[in-house]
Design a protein around this ligand. Structure first.
Ligand SMILES: NC(=O)c1ccc[n+]([C@@H]2O[C@H](COP(=O)([O-])OP(=O)(O)OC[C@H]3O[C@@H](n4cnc5c(N)ncnc54)[C@H](OP(=O)(O)O)[C@@H]3O)[C@@H](O)[C@H]2O)c1
Length: 232
């Protein structure tokens, strides 16, 4: 029997990332999940115990570039079938561009747009040529075409991620990879809030289905967890 496929899920301590970590071993994947503070990642520890030898939990703060580069170096000996870059923040509570400080904008843009691209680029060489997938957790809020206002800074950070993803794509296409800018739905998490219509489980199942469906297609798609395609 072939070895199980291997996925990295970066930013998996809670919410959507944790949901995807729960889902993937059920579908036969082995997983390397990252958390900022693995010693406090109790939900991941419980999952690792439930799937002996199939789930590793490693430390990674996306904003710590030294740690990010060391993590990517450590992955050079592995062959990754999928890299899911999920960690993200909502940004300052006021969410408005005119109220924001330089530091608030810098932190939001770094976490949501710059760090994911940096990690994707650093890991690309370890992703299986031909069938490997890199997937960003984007958002429909990152669509410039569909921007109806509100949450303007968060939208701008995901639009920046989308734009940088488009810039990254020619490099990944050259390696025969697939790139997904995936909207998880409006999901009931700390970020999405309790009024969100989609459960973490439903979003996670849909996203893993999309990942498996898009494997080997060697395209860059902006889609949601049910496969609906969005205008950039
Ligand atoms: N929920 C929604 O409706 C929705 C819709 C569209 C897109 N998204 C996107 O989906 C992703 C996950 O969101 P969520 O709803 O699951 O949010 P969440 O419940 O607030 O969880 C956010 C996750 O990101 C991690 N994270 C934040 N900053 C990080 C950093 N610097 N380094 C590493 N990890 C970091 C958090 O780690 P800690 O636990 O250590 O804080 C946590 O695991 C985000 O990119 C978000 O923008 C969410």
């Amino acid at each position: 029997m072939a070895d199980p496929s291997l996925a990295v899920i970066a930013g998996a301590n809670r919410g959507i990332g944790l949901g995807v970590v729960k889902e993937m071993p059920r579908r036969g994947w082995n997983v390397i999940a990252t958390a900022r503070r693995p010693a406090e990642a109790t939900a991941l520890a419980v999952l690792a115990e439930a799937h002996p030898g199939r789930l590793e939990v490693l430390a990674l703060d996306l904003n710590n570039v030294t740690q990010l580069d060391a993590f990517a170096d450590a992955m050079k000996t592995r062959t990754l079938d999928a890299v899911l870059i999920n960690g993200g923040v909502a940004g300052p509570g006021h969410r408005g561009a005119t109220a924001a400080t330089e530091a608030e904008i810098g932190a939001l843009m770094f976490t949501n747009a710059i760090a994911p691209i940096r990690l994707a680029r650093a890991l690309a060489g370890a992703v299986r040529r031909g069938s490997g997938v890199i997937r960003f957790t984007s958002s429909v809020m990152g669509s410039v075409a569909l921007n109806a206002g509100g949450h303007e800074l968060y939208r701008a950070s995901k639009a920046a991620l989308n734009s940088l993803s488009r810039g990254l794509w020619p490099e990944l296409r050259g390696r025969g990879l697939t790139l997904l800018s995936l909207h998880p739905g409006w999901v009931r998490t700390d970020m999405g809030g309790s009024a969100a219509p989609v459960s973490v489980g439903e979003s996670a199942r849909g996203m893993v289905t999309m990942l498996e469906r898009e494997r080997g297609k060697r395209r860059h798609a902006f889609i949601d967890y049910q496969g609906a395609e969005f205008a950039w």
